[in-house]
Every structure is written in structure tokens, then in C-alpha cells.
Design a protein around this ligand. Structure first.
Ligand SMILES: [Fe+2]
Ligand SMILES: [Fe+2]
Length: 168
């Protein structure tokens, strides 16, 4: 018979709480990207809209990865209240800039989770969080490139962004 562990959880209360908070941020990102996609659709920018609906789906997948991790490690899931996303934008550039700012914020939060996992010598969590660390590189660089092209095109020629996205 294997050894019985007194403590049946593989995660600290503190890290579980921090991950629950992160689930809120991922869901908030999902809602925000969905709202931005609808804004792009209102401008008939179909490729941009499609890209942001997909981003919204991906953020929900991120949230679910965290949910399953808590479930598997026995951590307590406490999904927080999700603040409403911003629905009104004055330009495409503003919406893309907001998305990039958001990705930087998420990157900082993921790094904070990793710092906590390192401090707690939680090797399992470090392994799990590594995927998110790498994912953020892609997320930030995708938004940075999109913003560069949007700024080069300018709001008057923003239709060029649709052509840019066709080459992906
Ligand atoms: Fe995410
Ligand atoms: Fe993201």
C-alpha cells in the first residue's frame, strides 16, 4: 500500500486563491475580446472581428486550464465577480492598444503566479505555469505586430489591416 498523505491537496491555499483570481482575469479578457470583436464587426472589419472572437475563445480556454488544474490538485475554486468589459471605442487603434495593454498586464500576473510557485517550491505548479509564460510571449507579440500595422495604416486606411490578416 502506498503512503497516505495527511494533506490531500497538492496546492497551497494562497496559490489556489491567486489562481482563482487569474481565472477571473482570463474570463474578463474573454469578455473584453468578444466586445472588441463586435466593435470590429460593426465596422465591417470581418477578419479583425474573426481574430478577436477567436482570441475570446482562447482566453476562456486559458481560464478552463486553470479551473482543471485547481480541480486536479484539490485547490479551492473561487471564481470572482468579473467586471464588465469596455464596449465603446473611438478607433481601431484604440481597441488594439487596449488589447496590447491587457496582454502586458496578464503577462505581469502570470509572472507573479510563477514567482509565488517558486517561493513555495511548488514544482508541479511551476511546470503547469510554464505553458502560460511561453503563451504570453506569443500573445504580446501578436498584439504588438497588429498595433504596428494599425498605426502604419492609420485610422483612415485601417482596411489595410484586413489585407494584413489575410496573409496569416
Ligand atoms: Fe490568457
Ligand atoms: Fe491573452
Amino acid at each position: 500500500m502506498g503512503k497516505k498523505y495527511e494533506n490531500s491537496t497538492l496546492i497551497s491555499t494562497e496559490l489556489a486563491a491567486a489562481i482563482s483570481d487569474q481565472i477571473g482575469h482570463e474570463l474578463q479578457a474573454s469578455h473584453q475580446y468578444t466586445a472588441i470583436a463586435v466593435y470590429f464587426e460593426s465596422l465591417a472589419l470581418k477578419k479583425l472581428a474573426k481574430m478577436f472572437f477567436k482570441q475570446g475563445d482562447e482566453e476562456r480556454e486559458h481560464a478552463m486550464k486553470f479551473v482543471h488544474y485547481l480541480s486536479e490538485t484539490g485547490g479551492k475554486l473561487q471564481i470572482p465577480i468579473i467586471p464588465a468589459p469596455k464596449h465603446d471605442f473611438t478607433s481601431v487603434i484604440e481597441a488594439v492598444q487596449a488589447s496590447l495593454d491587457w496582454e502586458w498586464e496578464v503577462t505581469r500576473r502570470i509572472n507573479d503566479l510563477m514567482t509565488l510557485a517558486v517561493e513555495q517550491k511548488d514544482y508541479l505548479a511551476q511546470d503547469f505555469l510554464r505553458w502560460f509564460v511561453t503563451e504570453q510571449l506569443e500573445e504580446v507579440s501578436t498584439m504588438e505586430n497588429l498595433l504596428k500595422v494599425a498605426q502604419t495604416a492609420g485610422d483612415k486606411n485601417i482596411i489595410m489591416l484586413e489585407a494584413y490578416l489575410s496573409h496569416d
